[in-house]
Ligand binder design. Structure first.
Ligand code: ADE
Ligand code: ZN
Length: 363
């Protein structure tokens, strides 16, 4: 095993070698009933589908082959900006109601193949409407994909529309207005995209209105951003979110950890990895959060854009790197069902089936 501590990736590479996953553990993970709370619809499209949509929409698209897309994915640095700059190239191929339908429906098929029984899907309306797609086409395509996905794959989902935080506050208000007639189709409001110079406080009033309108609210506090800890405080104090997306830097502030526990805030972390880096990011931070008693969940974020892929592969990577036991994995999923925005009786129903699975496979 390599010496720890040279840089974050050498640590994580060595961790990857520490806990080989047995065939039995792999099969336990594959069949574990799962909930996912942090995944972006636009980040679920595999390169072949990106090219198919670009062609179908007659776009003059800079990538012509899957290999070219893969090369671009492998050339990213670890910064949020580098990730997002390429991510939006993929987002841009979704142009029609049929595209939204297909992407949603196919993602729910993948959820079924990963034993994800419930998922909360984020999407970025401002990007799409500013490309000329109507809110109506976007939301109806997603909603029909969601309904057919439930019918055909038995995967239930709810939707979270996200504010692209680098855009203007006026643009966020416009999105709220466009969403209003479809309020019943959208469960939550989130905040994503470029965090630098775009603190949660920029959206205090928008969030206040969203809560008044009955949306559940969350926001990204991405890992190791400028003022990450301050942003988490702003989320809980100003935006009054009951979840934080990522939020790993909370462990730097014991008072914040205590407050997150006191308020029962769910943190949706993403132990993803990408080439050329060998293993999941931030595993040590995530494990510390878990050990401190924070309500942590494990998620895929943008599975088609990471080597960690969808839920099963992501969880296997987390176990390989952190040595989580079956009981730990059950606890992560208990946290996810409990931290979801389902009504209490539905949460309890899913948790009961999780406990039944655990009983048959642990001990
Ligand atoms: N959009 C898609 N994935 C994101 C992430 N991890 N952070 C911020 N915005 C995103
Ligand atoms: Zn995210």
């Amino acid at each position: 095993m390599r010496c720890k501590g040279l840089n974050i990736y050498s640590v994580q590479e060595s961790l990857m070698e520490m806990f080989p996953v047995s065939v039995e553990m792999r099969s336990f993970i594959e069949d574990l009933p799962k909930a996912e709370l942090h995944v972006h619809l636009e980040g679920t499209i595999l390169p072949a589908t990106v090219l198919k949509l670009a062609e179908r929409n007659r776009m003059d698209y800079p990538f012509k082959t899957v290999e070219e897309i893969q090369e671009a994915l492998d050339s990213r640095t670890t910064s949020l900006k580098s990730f997002l700059d390429l991510h939006y190239m993929f987002v841009s191929v979704i142009r029609t109601k049929a595209d939204f339908y297909e992407v949603t429906y196919e993602f729910l098929r993948t959820c079924m193949n990963n034993s994800v029984v419930y998922v909360e899907i984020k999407f970025d309306p401002q990007f799409h409407t500013e490309q000329g797609i109507s809110f109506d086409a976007m939301i109806k395509g997603i909603d029909e994909g969601k309904k057919d996905g439930l019918r055909d794959f038995g995967v239930d989902c709810n939707l979270i529309m996200c504010i692209n935080r680098e855009r203007t506050v006026e643009s966020a208000w416009k999105m709220m207005e466009q969403a209003y007639p479809y309020r019943h189709l959208i469960t939550g409001l989130g905040l994503d995209s470029y965090e630098k110079d775009n603190p949660p406080s920029k959206y205090t009033e928008v969030y206040e209105k969203a809560r008044e309108q009955g949306y559940r609210v969350t926001a990204h506090c991405d890992v190791n951003q400028e003022d990450s800890v301050k942003h988490i405080w702003e989320c809980i104090d100003l935006l009054k979110t009951d979840r934080i997306d990522h939020g790993i830097n909370s462990i730097e502030d014991p008072e914040l950890v205590a407050e997150l526990i006191r308020r029962d805030i769910t943190l949706t972390t993403c132990p993803t990895w990408r080439n050329p880096y060998p293993g999941p990011r931030d595993l040590e931070g995530i494990k510390k959060m878990y050990e401190l008693g924070l309500k942590v969940t494990l998620n895929t974020d943008d599975p088609a854009e990471f080597t960690s892929e969808y839920m099963n592969r992501t969880l296997i990577g987390a176990v390989e790197g952190s040595g989580y036991t079956k009981e730990d994995l059950v606890q992560f999923m208990r946290n996810a069902f409990d931290g979801s925005w389902l009504p209490r009786d539905r949460k309890d129903m899913y948790i009961a089936s999780l406990e039944e699975y655990a009983l048959g496979h642990t001990g």
